[in-house]
Design a protein around this ligand. Structure first.
Ligand code: NAP
Length: 342
């Protein structure tokens, strides 16, 4: 086994305007310092690439502090403890937490900003711990159940349907006995969510009208809309909601790279007419309940009643280009970056 003496890191060089450019990143390879008492070193195996990363690159107030200029880019990931002076983690432990876009994380094992937890690789492949059993799965599970509150027989619509969050939202809603209609870009993604994941229908927003698709596939209207994209699609879904509908504002990827103000929903009075509710959610609020979500989703994965699709790109050096895939719809399933073999 070779022992690395240096790290590799992507740091934020500038706050982007629009889509991130290569010049917004700085790549560096500093020497790895010796561990102090209480510290551990985690070797990155997989990194989670998330649309939210774009927001973390902006300045200003949000639900989490921005990544500082010159700071290592924030990223969740899974890795293995390769050195430890902490009583909490032992060499060989597989862990999940805020690793950052780097080959090694090292620091105090109880560092709250990275919050590592031990995971069991026997339960599911490591990539799945960044998808269904990780942050996107928790977002889907608690966002749908707690905020969307779907009931059997209701119609649930989810955008970004073939993506990380969307795939689990739709599958969980099916389990609850709902009619599930996805919205995704392209025939392949739509075929996948219907034929592989069991959605009732999928609207290909890149090759047809969302309005017509909703009329056709949601004849009884929309009771729950799980919104991952915002923009025109949110506006269109608002025209089809039912009385007391629940709209989960999970994300608005169509707006993240705007250089003009975010497009708000011009049809918001549909909320008034239908006594409906639109509510934002942030997955981190559910951290105290993650174990419950993981246990349920893991048991459904184990019995084969739900699936987890990941899209793996290899090589830390490909991080800047891989991140852009999310905003071009080039990922098919949860996008992860494989950094090293386990
Ligand atoms: P994802 O769906 O796996 O990947 C992003 C997908 O968004 C792309 O593949 C693309 O799919 C779609 N997309 C990109 N640009 C678009 C556009 N202009 N209009 C419509 N669709 C577009 O990503 P994810 O990780 O599951 O995240 C989905 C959403 O959930 C994001 O908005 C993210 O910020 C949000 N999120 C929120 C929380 C929270 O706590 N609130 C947590 C996790 C994620 P198509 O090919 O189908 O267009």
């Amino acid at each position: 086994m070779t022992i690395d003496t240096n790290n590799d890191q992507f740091r934020l060089a500038a706050r982007p305007s629009g889509l991130p450019k290569d010049s917004d990143w700085q790549f560096s390879s500093p020497a790895l310092a010796d561990l102090q008492d209480g510290e551990m070193r985690v070797k990155t195996l997989y990194l989670s690439l998330d649309p939210a990363m774009r927001g973390w690159m902006n300045g200003g107030k949000s639900y989490i502090r921005p990544v500082e200029i010159g700071g290592v880019m924030r990223a969740g990931g899974v890795g293995v403890v390769v050195e430890s002076k902490s009583p909490r983690f032992a060499v060989g432990d597989t862990v999940s937490g805020g690793i950052g876009v780097q080959r090694y994380w090292q620091g105090q094992a109880d560092d709250k900003t990275s919050a590592f937890t031990r995971i069991d690789p026997a339960v599911a492949p490591l990539e799945t711990w960044l998808n269904t059993l990780g942050m996107p799965g928790m977002t889907a599970y608690f966002g749908l159940l707690d905020v969307g509150q779907p009931k059997a027989g209701e119609t649930v619509v989810v955008s970004g349907a073939a993506g990380a969050v969307g795939q689990t939202v739709g599958q969980v809603a099916k389990k609850l006995g709902c009619r599930v209609v996805g919205i995704a870009g392209g025939k392949d993604k739509c075929d996948f969510v219907v034929n592989e994941l069991g959605f009732d229908a999928c609207i290909d927003y890149k090759n047809g009208s969302v309005k017509d698709g909703l009329k056709e596939h949601c004849p009884a209207g929309v009771d729950v809309y799980f919104d991952n994209v915002g923009g025109d699609i949110l506006d269109t879904v608002l025209t089809r909601i039912n009385m007391k509908a629940r709209i989960v504002i999970c994300g608005a990827i169509s707006q993240y790279n705007n250089t003009t103000p975010v497009q708000g929903p011009s049809n918001y009075l549909a909320l008034l007419v239908n006594r409906a509710r639109m509510e934002g959610m942030v997955v981190f609020d559910y951290a105290p309940r993650y174990q419950e979500g993981v246990a349920q989703l893991a048991s459904w994965l184990k019995d084969g009643s739900i699936k987890s699709r990941t899209d793996v790109v290899e090589g830390l050096e490909n991080f800047p280009a891989a991140l852009l895939m999310l905003f071009e719809g080039k990922n098919f399933g949860k996008l992860v970056l494989k950094v090293a073999e386990s």
